[in-house]
Design a binder for this molecule. Structure first.
Ligand SMILES: Cc1ncc(COP(=O)(O)O)c(C=O)c1O
Length: 411
């Protein structure tokens, strides 16, 4: 065995152990798309999906993707520099217009969009100020910039969603220019950024806000334009990065900003320049969903919100703690790895998928089930999940927060 095999073996101890105990929860293969699918031939209702408006499997979306295959096939065999199509350009123009920005740029994933944007904008004159619950793409973009010889910005963290903590950093930062990185909705906690206050403090310190609105797009604001629309501050966030991998039915990243900034990132982001162009069938799917948002956005968002309100009310009534959540993303807090894993397995056996989030995804003691309500869930779906959550929650002392104690034996 070489050292890489030894290293892999050593570092996979936890994975091996949970597989041996038959509680390993990840990478379970779905046999069809959609919220109602099967795993190993058994029906499963997915509550960990990010298909927030339930449009990914809409017949019009599939038709558009199929038609695009006939014209452009499944891939473009190169990066955007030499593999841009009219479909990319047209969708970029429509996205910029819909979200109220001068320009948009489509990347192959949201992750790449964020990494590329940060590394292009941050240099030795920049301090990047990050929320300490930032998504991996923000962290990785920051660390990549910090580790790039020609960039090397200062990196500072502020306490999650704390404007006071942010201001302390802004007062003591060492570089001239500042990028403040936030998320519209934090994906594991389901809470919205305090954008109004953050913008106010950033204005005072001349700091530029970049908002990752992956989870707010299509879910917040009357038209689904995200957190800024929801809070009435559209036009005040200079840069938004979002994704096609949730509301927009596929995969792909979007940078929204001024003409100059987007043009700059387009010519400097290595994650854009050196990775293959997004295939046209995926663009066609996203474009069809954008049309739906343009035509009936308010009704779609309202339906999601109404379902989320119902689910939240019932979860709270049943005694579950939802952490900091104030959106359709409602983590069911278990605060114990075993409880989260057992709940997941019991629910899955009964046909409901709620993926557990455990350390290091969250801090020890903050383990939870990922519960996302989408417009695609019916009242019956939610009631079925709630009944099961209630029954298993009581069995594993999730609502009461008691210890599992003697009941469970680690061996
Ligand atoms: C907050 C946030 N930002 C960015 C991403 C990355 O988006 P994509 O799936 O398009 O790479 C995700 C997806 O997990 C996310 O949750």
């Amino acid at each position: 065995m070489s050292w890489i095999d030894e290293k892999a073996h050593r570092e996979l101890a936890r994975v091996r152990e949970s597989r041996e105990k038959q509680v390993y929860p990840y990478f379970r293969p779905f046999e069809t798309g959609g919220l109602h699918t099967t795993i190993g031939g058994k029906p499963v209702l997915n509550f960990s999906s990010n298909d927030y408006l339930g449009l990914t499997n809409h017949p019009k979306v599939k038709e558009a993707a199929k038609a695009a295959i006939d014209k452009f096939s499944t891939g473009l065999s190169s990066s955007r520099v030499q593999a841009t199509t009219t479909a990319h350009v047209e969708l970029e123009e429509r996205l910029a217009q819909y979200f109220g920005f001068e320009e948009a740029l489509i990347f192959t994933t949201g992750y790449q969009a964020m990494v590329g944007t940060i590394v292009s904008l941050a240099d030795e004159n920049t301090t990047i100020v990050l929320d300490n619950l930032s998504h991996a793409c923000i962290l990785d973009g920051t660390f990549m910039a910090a580790g790039t010889p020609t960039r090397q910005p200062e990196v500072r963290f502020f306490n999650h969603n704390s404007v006071k903590s942010l201001e302390r950093i802004l007062k003591t930062k060492e570089r001239k220019n500042t990028l403040v990185m936030i998320e519209g909705i934090y994906s594991l906690d389901g809470d919205m950024a305090k954008l109004n206050e953050i913008l106010e403090v950033c204005d005072r310190y001349d700091a530029v806000v970049i908002c990752d609105d992956a989870h707010g797009t299509g879910t917040l604001g009357t038209h689904g334009r995200g957190l800024a629309e929801h809070l009435g501050v559209e036009g005040r966030v200079p840069v938004v990065v979002t994704t096609f991998s949730k509301t927009f039915g596929g995969i792909g990243g979007v940078l929204l900003g001024s003409k100059e900034v987007v043009e700059h990132v387009k010519h400097f982001a290595r994650s854009f320049l050196f990775s293959a162009s997004l295939p046209v069938p995926i663009l066609a799917a996203a474009s069809t969903i954008l049309t739906m948002l343009e035509e009936e956005g308010p009704a779609l968002v309202a339906e999601l919100q109404e379902k989320a309100t119902y689910m939240r009310g019932r979860l709270v009534e049943l005694g579950f703690h939802l952490g900091m959540s104030d959106t359709h993303i409602m983590p069911v807090m278990c605060r114990d790895e075993r409880k989260a894993l057992f709940m997941h397995i019991a629910l899955l056996e009964s046909g409901v998928m709620m993926v557990p989030i455990t350390y290091p995804g969250v801090k020890k003691g903050e383990e939870r089930l990922r519960v996302n309500v989408t417009r695609g869930h019916t009242r019956e779906d939610m009631d079925m999940a709630l009944d099961l959550l209630d029954a298993y929650g009581q069995a594993f002392f999730v609502q009461s927060g008691e210890e599992l104690g003697e009941m469970v034996n680690d061996g």
